[in-house]
Ligand binder design. Structure first.
Ligand SMILES: [Zn+2]
Length: 509
């Protein structure tokens, strides 16, 4: 009798816990499929979805209507995952291309090693060999700068070399790591910037995507709402820097959108013993620089700067893009100059690199991403945007050189993710739409009510969010849903949440 009760209770528990328990038919693989392992490195419970899938190489997943998004990154293919990584710093870095395989997680540990500071426990990257003479606080550079070129593919360096004299100089005179790859999925802005700035995997820092589906309010939410850093579960380079070097060090984060700026700034004073570092985010709604004063500060001299007059007064015309908003403005080569003006004024006014304490500047440059989303990686507009960034970079380097003098400085340039090319229709590749994918799953499994899957807005996530009560009503398992998704011609692989969780944590180290 007692045994029967226990068995009944256990089977009831299994039934109730099914979404999160590990079914017996999913073995924990010793060497997981590479894409399964990448999803596992980017998996965070409660934020990630229940079905994870990747498209065939060359297919692109979008929403209707396309608007400013005609190309979408997020997947595991070379064009999304292969990124530049360059460290430049005369006296600190020996010139030459390195054959080492590198990841975004290596950036934070490498930069801390330049100033003689050990990484914190959550940083899983390695300190890359730069051939440096630094590595101690008294031989540290006067300033360290991280430049994240948003959506900058590794091959742009070669393809657009003719308009990138300054980036090319950094490659030639710095330590470049041409074999740098993102090792998690999805490959999106939030996860990329946070991984670079914290040196941790998304499964550890928690910024597992640009957002998540909120099952209580039935909305797509982002992870940095209100410019709040609280969803970032670890300390970033900026936090460690501010604590280690104290109030005499300047720490600045500049970018466009919360996901690409708060991620770089760390927690500011919104953590124990933190301090209000500078966070200057371009808000394309208002055309001005903004911050979250609860955690960060915005310098007064940036408050008067507004881009609206630039986009309202320019005579230039753009291919089928009307320059009538801040969102359009950041999709043109006009934006980098506006951004660099603000950056250079911060470097000068805050006296970055001018005293004995090493300063830290983290910058996101969004334009290559927006241009890539709208025009694609092969467009003339990409060439023009990168050329504008390259001209701006020259001004930044001059400013740092003048400020740091004999102490010198180090600049790291990398990217959060890449961008797919135009789909090759001849080989069957195409633009796919999330609405059609959801409809096809519903046709197969819930044709009457079509409630099985929620509509999560961000297609770059490559995840589906399942209504579990509806799934149980229909008597379905996640494996049933994954099997249907796997059957679509443009889907290469699909995994369930249980399969992602089953990846041994040890295999991700
Ligand atoms: Zn993007």
């Amino acid at each position: 009798m007692a045994t029967a009760l226990v068995v009944a209770a256990l089977s009831w528990a299994c039934e109730r816990n099914e979404p999160t328990s590990m079914p017996a038919n999913v073995p924990a693989p010793e060497s997981p499929d590479p894409h399964q392992a990448m999803f596992a490195r980017g998996y965070y419970p409660g934020r990630s979805g229940q079905i994870f899938f990747i498209l065939e190489r060359g297919d692109v997943l979008l929403r209707k209507p396309m608007g400013l998004y005609r190309f979408m990154h997020g997947g595991p293919w070379d064009y999304d995952r292969h990124i530049p990584l360059i460290f430049y710093g005369p006296g600190f870095v020996t010139a030459g291309a390195r054959t080492t395989l590198a990841t975004q997680q290596d950036v934070a540990s490498t930069l801390l090693s330049l100033v003689g500071v050990p990484p914190v426990a959550t940083m899983s990257g390695r300190a890359l060999e730069l051939g440096s003479v630094g590595g101690s606080a008294d031989k540290a550079p006067g300033a360290v700068m991280v430049v994240v070129l948003d959506g900058m593919r590794e091959d742009y360096l070669e393809r657009y070399r003719d308009v990138l004299p300054n980036l090319t100089r950094l490659v030639d005179d710095g330590a470049s790591f041409p074999d740098t790859w993102i090792d998690y999925l999805p490959t999106v802005t939030s996860a990329g910037h946070t991984t670079i700035a914290t040196g941790a995997d998304p499964r550890i820092h928690g910024i597992a995507g640009n957002g998540y589906y909120d099952r209580r309010t039935h909305e797509t939410r982002t992870l940095f709402e209100g410019l709040q850093p609280s969803n970032m579960m670890v300390l970033g380079l900026a936090d460690v820097w501010a604590t280690t070097f104290g109030d005499d060090s300047v720490v600045i984060a500049q970018g466009t959108t919360p996901r690409a700026t708060v991620s770089l700034a760390g927690h500011g004073r919104c953590r124990p013993n933190g301090r209000a570092v500078i966070l200057a985010m371009f808000d394309y709604q208002s055309g001005s620089w903004t911050t979250n004063p609860e955690c960060y500060v915005l310098p007064d001299y940036l408050r008067t700067s507004n881009a609206r007059e630039i986009w309202e007064s320019t005579e230039r015309s753009f291919r089928d893009l009307t320059l009538d908003s801040g969102r359009a403005f950041v999709t043109t080569d006009l934006f980098p100059e506006f951004q660099i003006d603000a950056l250079v004024s911060m470097l000068e006014q805050e006296q970055v690199g001018r005293d004995d304490v090493a300063d830290l500047v983290l910058v996101n440059m969004k334009t290559p991403d927006y241009v890539g989303h709208y025009y694609g990686p092969d467009a003339d507009e990409m060439r023009e945007a990168l050329a504008a960034i390259d001209r701006g970079l020259a001004r930044v380097l001059e400013t740092l050189e003048a400020a740091t003098g004999a102490r010198g400085f180090v600049v790291a340039v990398t990217a959060d993710h890449g961008m797919p090319p135009e789909p090759d229709l001849e080989t069957g590749r195409a633009r796919r739409f999330i609405e059609e994918l959801l409809e096809a799953v519903h046709q197969a499994l819930d044709p009457e009510e079509k409630r099985l899957l929620y509509d999560y807005v961000d297609t770059a996530n490559l995840q589906l969010y399942v209504d579990d009560s509806r799934r149980r009503e229909l008597g379905l398992s996640l494996d049933d849903i994954a099997a249907v998704v796997r059957g679509f011609s443009y889907v290469r692989q699909a995994f369930t949440e249980n399969q992602i969780r089953a990846v041994a944590q040890d295999s991700l180290r």
